[in-house]
Write a protein that binds this ligand. Sequence first.
Ligand code: HEM
Ligand SMILES: NC(=O)CCn1cnc2ccccc21
Length: 293
Amino acid sequence: NEVQFAASNKLKNTNYQNVYNDIANVIRENDEHDDYIGSGPVLLRLAWHASGQFDSKQEIKGGSYNGTLRFDKELSDPSNAGLKYAFDLLKPIYKKYNHQISHGDLFTLAGVVAVQEMGGPKIPWRYGRVDGDIETVPLNGRLPDANQNANYVRNFFHRLNFLEDKEIVALIGAHCVGKTHLKNSGFEGPWGAATNMFTNEFFRNLLTEKWVLEKNEAGNQQYNNDKGYMMLPTDMALVQDGSFKKIVEEFANDESSFFKVFSSAFNKLLENGIKFEKSSPVLYFKTLDEQDI
Ligand code: HEM
Ligand SMILES: NC(=O)CCn1cnc2ccccc21
């Protein structure tokens, strides 16, 4: 039930570094977004939401292949509130490459750029996704609910074929960057503490900060500390469940271990449901800094 690789992309392997650089420059140019957190976090969330509606048991499988997040039908899913800004950042790049890159490839590549330009690990990436029509848009409501516990989180990621706790904990570690916004998700914060550097800080905060469960202005329960940080119920689930907690401790003590697991899990998320040809190359990209740009 894997989707076949269909298109022959006109871009040569080398040109994908140019696309990477164009997206990285958009992040640099939009550094004032969200009180100078910048546009990295919201582009990372776009790539995750373009891929995380995958469900191999459904007729319409979802996943990044068809690039369906481009349709309002999916972008208007309440889970995707705030992502139109990120999609609009990518539209000029889609136009520039004039149908030589698909939306699915563009959305997933943007996630790779965001992680790497925020100082995170290298993410291997392959091209070849083909835009599907509006019939391929998955039903809304397949992305996770933040008001849930550890069993919900584990079952949710099992649907995405993440059967190892390590992968699940690593992926949620992406909450080291960006923030929650009351108008998008009904959660708020952190102000001040929000970062745009991809590190293991999220895991360290989970273990070292004193968290108080409070009801926020939208009536949702969230965990707050005295520095304006916050954690979602599903974030806190990672230290409420014994197995998850051991992994949080490992990643809090060893950032390279977190990076290694995140890199392969994020690649797997972006490629869920896609069968690439044996010949399609796995690409690794240099950051702008590494190219002295
Ligand atoms: C249990 C699974 C997850 C839940 C319930 C969840 C929930 C949320 C919520 C409610 C927000 C706030 C959105 C807003 O108000 O703007 C958020 C933000 C974010 N999420 Fe997650 N998330 C999950 C997993 C992930 C994964 C797997 C990734 C990436 C690999 C990710 C990356 C992000 C990023 C980068 C932001 C910040 C976006 C911004 O600053 O605009 N999340 N998440
Ligand atoms: N720096 C931190 O305390 C992480 C803040 N944080 C906790 N859960 C989150 C979910 C999304 C974005 C940021 C989040």
